[in-house]
Design a protein around this ligand. Structure first.
Ligand SMILES: [Zn+2]
Length: 455
């Protein structure tokens, strides 16, 4: 197939002269590397000059650069650097204020492009306020062969925080250890999968990638790819978060970043993190969904606390398959330290569809936890402002299925007392109606003891 390299120069030049169409490039690239480079230079120049003539040099450089970053192409960045306008790449990126071309390459996950920029004298503009600071990532990309042990580990954790899978792979190949801890007790994989919002300019970067409407999907895909890379390079999914502070969970943990039980493993962190793609990837890797964190909570518990409905449904389905096979109850204990069942926690956070399915499956609505609390106590303990409808719906379900409002827990708290003084008017109305109905019943029967209490 080859042989173009041996052609006389005149013939070679004539072939190049006949190339007019970009589609010629891919077919010719299969023939000869030398010819490929000669022709690609001609076609890139044609495309560049055309754009520069219509929209200006800044736009043409930025446009080709963004394409280069998207594919993390070493060849294209070299082509661009050695063009007439190459030195512009050391300066500010025209499409984003206070960002340099180097910022763009680092944050758009293009390590090969970043290396070339660094080699040719690019620097970070200190004015761009970014958290976490990109400096250690920038230093590690510039000097990946440092001799000091662990020199790349901090940079790897920063790449994971920004969800940069190509950058993470680049650092792992050069010896970064995915299982070392930060000063706050997190390994790279905890940082990659934990709950957080995308970094400040991610929305704009998603727009540059042509995916402005799919910002959340793009972010979740990047998180999943980062976690996958870490696992491929030996990240331990059983590694617990380090830290000795204990935390006891309650109704106030709803969607709270302060909910941080100790010794969470990767699946606990991921379930609370909110990416179904990551959770299902970990489950495929045989990470156990029955494993408890240091406070006794299963991964399902973390997904419920943070309100991630898709992950809740997924984990319940996975657990059910195993429970049916083992012929054990589907209303499993999901917080071992307090012996709270799935029904307790579903009531605490108003998952009425889960409550309904459990009751249909034969769960006992008056089941006690280790402190004598029943599911109705859990539902009535919830006061988060956005929860009223969910809690009222859950209480209806419990009431319909004969949950007693007169149950008392180990501390002497009667469910009915909680309901009558509840902060939600919808909940009080349920109990006020029940109270009036009870008095009416007493008056009619002239009995001091009601035959049957209703909620
Ligand atoms: Zn908590």
């Amino acid at each position: 197939m080859c042989g173009f390299d041996d052609l006389p120069t005149e013939v070679f030049e004539q072939i190049i002269g006949d190339v007019k169409n970009p589609q010629d490039l891919s077919s010719l690239s299969r023939c000869s590397r030398g010819l490929y480079w000669a022709i690609s230079d001609k076609l890139f120049t044609m495309a560049f000059d055309k754009r520069a003539a219509s929209k200006g040099i800044d736009h043409a450089v930025s446009h080709v650069f963004m394409h280069t970053v998207k594919h993390d192409s070493q060849h294209l960045i070299q082509w661009l650097m050695f063009r007439q306008h190459g030195p512009r790449l050391r300066g500010p990126f025209p499409l984003m204020q206070s960002f340099t071309f180097l910022h763009y390459a680092l944050l758009q996950d293009a390590p090969k492009v970043a290396i070339q920029l660094l080699k040719h004298g690019s620097d970070l503009d200190e004015d761009a306020a970014l958290y976490p600071d990109l400096k250690s990532l920038y230093i590690s990309v510039a000097r990946p062969h440092s001799n000091s042990l662990g020199a790349l580990d901090g940079a790897l954790r920063i790449a994971c925080s920004y969800a940069l899978p190509r950058m993470a792979e680049y650092l792992l190949i050069r010896g970064a250890d995915p299982n070392t801890y930060s000063a706050f007790g997190f390994a790279a994989i905890h940082i990659a999968v934990r709950k957080r919002v995308p970094w400040a300019q991610f929305k704009m970067f998603a727009r540059f990638e042509g995916q402005q409407d799919l910002e959340t999907a793009l972010w979740n895909a990047k998180i999943a790819r980062t976690a996958q890379v870490l696992i491929r390079f030996g990240a331990d999914s059983n590694l617990p978060i380090q830290g000795s502070r204990s935390h006891s969970c309650g109704p106030k943990c709803w969607k709270s970043l302060a909910c941080c039980p100790k010794e969470q493993r990767v699946l606990h962190v991921a379930a609370g993190g909110g990416s179904l793609a990551v959770v299902s990837m970990l489950v495929k890797q045989k990470v156990s969904f029955f494993q408890a964190d240091g406070e006794g909570n299963l991964p399902l518990f973390h997904a419920m606390v943070q309100g991630h409905d898709e992950i809740v449904t997924f984990l319940i389905e996975q657990m059910r398959r195993v429970q049916r096979r083992r012929k054990v109850s589907t209303n499993a204990v999901i917080c071992k330290s307090t012996q709270s069942t799935l029904l307790h926690i579903a009531c605490r956070f108003g998952y009425s569809d889960v409550v309904s399915a459990l009751i249909k499956g034969g769960a006992d609505v008056n089941v006690e936890d280790g402190l004598g609390r029943r599911p109705i106590h859990e539902a009535l303990g919830q006061c988060a402002p956005d929860m009223e409808d969910r809690i009222v719906e859950t209480l209806y379900l419990l009431s319909e299925n004969d949950a007693s409002p007169d149950v008392v827990d180990c501390s002497g708290t009667r469910a009915r007392d909680l309901g009558e003084k509840h902060i939600f008017s919808g909940v009080r109305a349920l109990f006020e109606y029940a109270t009036m109905a009870r008095y009416e019943w007493q008056r009619l029967t002239e009995s001091r003891q009601p035959e049957k209490t209703e909620m």
